[in-house]
Design a protein. Structure first.
Length: 192
């Protein structure tokens, strides 16, 4: 099959996991925003990098407080996540719809009780770009549902139960599909 050059702005085949970033407003009300530019980096320890473009209340609160949570979005959480992703944080009515929230175990951050995997993050460094900003964060704690850590259950079964959601090209996808193979298996197909 032929390769075709495309625009660098085309990220249709770069699926990203969805996370609801949680912060507290000045009045103590939880605030959640939907984001997908989230990944890991290494600098003497595992850290998280989170990019937020444009002007966002969540970004303002992260800068002010220096901490936030990142809660994995699952299929059951998707309607709420999509709602948060399509309503501006500055709208005082946005957080009228609020799921069950608990307090972080280590940091002063709101955690979505129904998310099976939540990070408690402290910003170590901010990189400012023209139209977005990248927060390099220390992982201070991970709150995980017990089944996520149960190694007696195959990872594929744990992923199917968690049912995380990814997005690309303005579409949501579920990762709860049949696994293809394990690490190291594809290299066996390479003849050398």
């Amino acid at each position: 099959m032929a390769k075709i050059s495309t625009s660098m702005k085309c990220n249709h085949f770069c699926p990203q996991s969805l996370f609801l970033y949680g912060t507290y407003r000045e009045d103590g009300t939880p605030n959640f925003g939907l984001f997908c530019w989230f990944s890991y980096y290494w600098d003497e320890d595992l850290g998280v990098m989170a990019c937020i473009g444009d002007t966002k209340l969540t970004k303002d609160l992260i800068r002010k407080n220096g901490v936030f949570s990142a809660n994995l979005v699952t299929k059951p959480l998707l309607p709420l996540a999509d709602y948060y992703g399509n309503h501006a944080g500055y709208d005082p009515e946005k957080m009228k719809i609020l799921p069950e929230v608990m307090h972080g175990a280590v940091l002063d951050v709101p955690i979505l009780k129904d998310s099976p995997w939540s990070y408690e993050l402290r910003v170590k460094k901010e990189l400012n770009c023209q139209d977005g900003d990248i927060f390099l964060c220390e992982i201070c704690n991970v709150l995980a549902d017990e089944y996520c850590l149960d190694e007696s259950i195959p990872i594929a079964a744990r992923m199917q139960k968690a049912a995380p959601v990814v997005t690309t090209h303005e579409t949501y996808f579920s990762l709860d599909q049949t696994p293809l193979c394990g690490w190291g298996e594809p290299q066996m197909q390479v003849k050398g």
